[in-house]
Unconditional design. Structure first.
Length: 207
């Protein structure tokens, strides 16, 4: 059965599977390189292994959803948001999904600004838990990034305060300066899947 996955998510071990299209290998693990649904193709004989792949048309066929019919954000909610503006001391994001499942990332990354209902603000001091005085927001987030964050304050009726302090929070989907998909290289860098060039991000650990 196909399962929704995001870039950087561990799909299996090279001891049990072969990497297929849409994946890459890192430290004996097979990771997703693109958004989509993982597919396991059985081995053709007893001397080979099943293959894990992510067909590229799965992302294009993801169901488009509407945030207007979703749950209201509240303190403690986990959200997916699209970065819309980056400033020196804060960034703005449109909330795409509240308490998302992995499959939501497929749907909500396809949404346009017309679908969005709630806005959020991520302040410099809420980006991470350590060395807050050294944080440079535009070295960690770029306009268009999809981030996972938690709601820490309701603010007013249309603007929520969010935080990415924690290993599980940060960028989950990003596009490079060259317009290519990127995969996590470390907690602070993502890498272009075509050019292998790294770019700074506050990367969310896959969940």
């Amino acid at each position: 059965m196909a399962s929704p996955v995001v870039p950087g998510q561990v799909l299996g071990s090279t001891t049990s599977y072969l990497p297929g299209p849409g994946t890459h290998v890192y430290e004996d693990n097979i990771l997703a390189s693109i958004i989509g649904s993982s597919l396991i193709t059985p081995a053709v004989n007893k001397t080979t292994k099943p293959t894990i792949s992510i067909p590229r048309n799965n992302a294009a066929n993801a169901t488009r959803a509407s945030a207007a019919t979703g749950a209201l954000p509240k303190v403690g909610s986990i959200i997916l948001g699209r970065v819309t503006r980056v400033q020196q001391r804060q960034l703005s994001a449109s909330i795409l999904s509240v308490d998302p499942s992995p499959s939501d990332i497929l749907s909500y990354t396809q949404m346009t600004n017309d679908d969005l209902q709630f806005q959020a603000v991520l302040r410099r001091e809420d980006v991470r838990t350590h060395e807050k005085d050294k944080i440079v927001i535009n070295e960690m987030y770029r306009v268009g990034d999809i981030i996972r964050a938690s709601v820490i304050s309701l603010g007013d009726e249309r603007n929520y305060y969010i935080s990415t302090a924690g290993n599980e929070f940060g960028v989950v989907v990003a596009t490079s300066e060259n317009g290519n998909a990127m995969i996590p290289a470390s907690w602070k860098e993502m890498r272009d899947v075509v050019t292998a060039k790294g770019e700074g991000r506050k990367v969310a650990k896959p969940v």
